[in-house]
Every structure is written in structure tokens, then in C-alpha cells.
Unconditional design. Structure first.
Length: 310
């Protein structure tokens, strides 16, 4: 049985590079397997095989695809048992997020998939099952997946490392958005950019930013967030280091509109070394994989799986 990754991560660059024109096949609806009364058809298998080939650049065996689809049915059913059932809106939001990461529109992603004979619903079904499974495993086995500081420290020292923390910086900030509705003209966007620059010259503290943007129409200021050097890419760290406390960063165009950040504080702190973070992540992934595999094996044994046609 194929082991699934704990997070939904399609190789986006590969997917983007291989989506080229191709015809869509006729739909075959012959039932191959029944899973707890829910059918898997030849068409389901064909679609998932094409999607997995597209995203991994490897052609899976028919039985591997069937096993994956069986697992998906089992995961969805188990999710409903515990009230974990993403809505259509949730799945569509994940689909939109994927398009954004690929730097293409939703329509372009849909057309690209269809040009390879893959229905968008096939990708959305995969997204849904993995959303459900991640939520289930993390929710039901939260305590089991915890990793103590001592465990991490011991593992670091096993590798000959002694240093666990290094000096870093802690940033407290609040994101600000000047809303630009979808489909707005370039002229309107430019107007909002000029407004953003005017606001930058007026704000000198987080208190002023909150007072101003909480009363400004078509603008919003979000709750403060605290991040350290380890949480931020170097480019953003440089921007924040170059920004005076209480002032706004330069405005940027995003999917929400014109975004800025007001920097509330910046102070020295200690952060985990890169090696320690790497070891912690690997220890978590290993625990997650063992836990989710045992969970899925248990559910498979209890499932009603009936093969009808191979």
C-alpha cells in the first residue's frame, strides 16, 4: 500500500510544466470495486492514474491506483464519522490556492487539467481526502505526535552537535489590506497604491495604525502576529529590519488588494538552530507516518472491500 504524505503537496512546478494539449477520453463507468457500499469505477481509476502520472512524472500500476482510491473512500467515511467533512467551499479554496502558487488563474488551471484529460473534480477529490486525513490524524493522535524538547536535544547531540539555539530577532507586526475587488481596473489599483503611500506618511505607531485602519472604509487591519528570524524568508527579514518601529512597509499588490505591514516591535531573541529545526521536523514526520499508516491499516481491515472486475 502506498504511503501518503502528511501534507497535501503536489509538485507544482512539474504539474505546470507538463500541462499541454490533449484530448479527453470517453467516460467508462464499469464498477471495479465496492468500498463500504461506495463504487470505484474504471473511469475513477483512469482519471486518478492520469492525475498521479501528471504530478509525479511516473505511471503508477493499476493496482496501486485502486489501492489509493480505496484508501480515499475509507478516509472520507472515517472523517464523516468524526464530523470532519470539508465543504465544497473549503475544497474550492484549496484549489484556488494551488492555482495561485502556480501563478496562474483558476480557469487556466482547469483548462490545463482538462487538456490532459483530467477533470478538475479528480484533483478536488484528492485534495478533499488529504484534507480530511491530515485533520483526522492530527486531531485524534495529537498527544501521540508530540515531540518533547528533550527528545529533540538528545537527537541533536547524537549527531555530534552541542549548540541548540542561536541569536535571532523577534518581530511583532500587523498586516494591513486596502481592498481591491477582483476585476478592478489598473487605474483603480494605481489609485489605491497612492492611498497606501499617503497612509505610510501618516502612521508612526501601531496604535495610530489601528485607529486609522479600523475606521477606514474598504481597508482592514488584522490581529498582530509574532514571528522570529527562523519563520521568515531572508527577503522579508531584510524589509522588516529596514522598517522603523511603528511604520508601514512598502505596499505590495496581492490577491486581496494592496497589502502592507505595520511593524510593532523588533527585539533580540534566541531561536532553534537550523539543525535542531531539521531534526524536529524529521522526527515529527516519522511519527506522523507511522501513526497514519497504523490507523489506515486498522480501518482497511474493518472495511467492506469487494472486487467485481479487475
Amino acid at each position: 500500500m502506498t504511503t501518503r504524505l502528511p501534507f497535501f503537496r503536489l509538485p507544482l512546478l512539474v504539474l505546470a510544466s507538463v500541462l499541454v494539449l490533449a484530448g479527453a477520453p470517453a467516460h467508462a463507468q464499469n464498477i471495479v470495486v465496492m468500498v463500504n457500499g461506495d463504487p470505484i469505477t474504471d473511469f475513477d481509476i483512469e482519471q486518478r492514474s492520469k492525475l498521479d502520472t501528471l504530478t509525479t512524472q511516473k505511471t503508477p500500476s493499476r493496482q496501486d491506483v485502486i489501492n489509493i482510491l480505496i484508501d480515499d473512500k475509507i478516509k472520507i467515511k472515517e472523517g464523516k464519522k468524526y464530523g470532519v467533512d470539508p465543504t465544497v467551499s473549503d475544497v474550492n479554496q484549496s484549489y484556488e490556492g494551488m492555482a495561485q502558487r502556480m501563478r496562474i488563474s483558476i480557469d487556466q488551471l482547469t483548462k490545463s487539467l482538462e487538456s490532459k484529460g483530467v477533470r478538475p473534480d479528480t484533483l478536488k477529490s484528492r485534495m478533499k481526502s488529504e484534507m480530511v486525513w491530515t485533520s483526522l490524524v492530527r486531531g485524534r493522535f495529537k498527544e501521540k505526535l508530540l515531540i518533547s524538547e528533550r527528545e529533540v536535544a538528545d537527537k541533536v547531540r547524537e549527531g555530534g552537535e552541542e549548540k541548540l539555539q542561536i541569536e535571532g530577532t523577534e518581530y511583532k507586526m500587523q498586516p494591513i489590506v486596502l481592498i481591491v475587488p477582483r476585476g478592478s481596473s489598473a487605474a483603480f489599483q494605481e489609485t489605491r497604491m497612492k492611498e497606501a503611500e499617503q497612509y505610510r506618511s501618516r502612521v508612526g505607531s501601531c496604535e495610530e495604525a489601528n485607529s486609522l485602519f479600523r475606521s477606514t472604509p474598504n481597508a482592514t487591519i488584522r490581529d498582530s502576529v509574532t514571528k522570529t528570524t527562523a519563520d521568515l524568508p531572508e527577503s522579508l527579514r531584510k524589509v522588516l529590519d529596514d522598517t522603523a518601529i511603528g511604520h508601514l512597509t512598502a505596499p505590495e499588490v496581492t490577491k486581496s488588494g494592496i497589502e502592507m505591514v505595520v511593524l510593532c516591535s523588533r527585539k533580540p531573541t534566541t531561536i532553534d538552530t537550523p539543525k535542531k529545526r531539521e531534526i524536529r521536523e524529521k522526527m515529527y514526520t516519522d511519527k506522523y507516518e507511522k501513526t497514519q499508516k497504523a490507523y489506515l491499516d486498522e480501518l482497511r481491515k474493518a472495511a467492506m472491500i469487494e472486487y467485481r472486475n479487475r
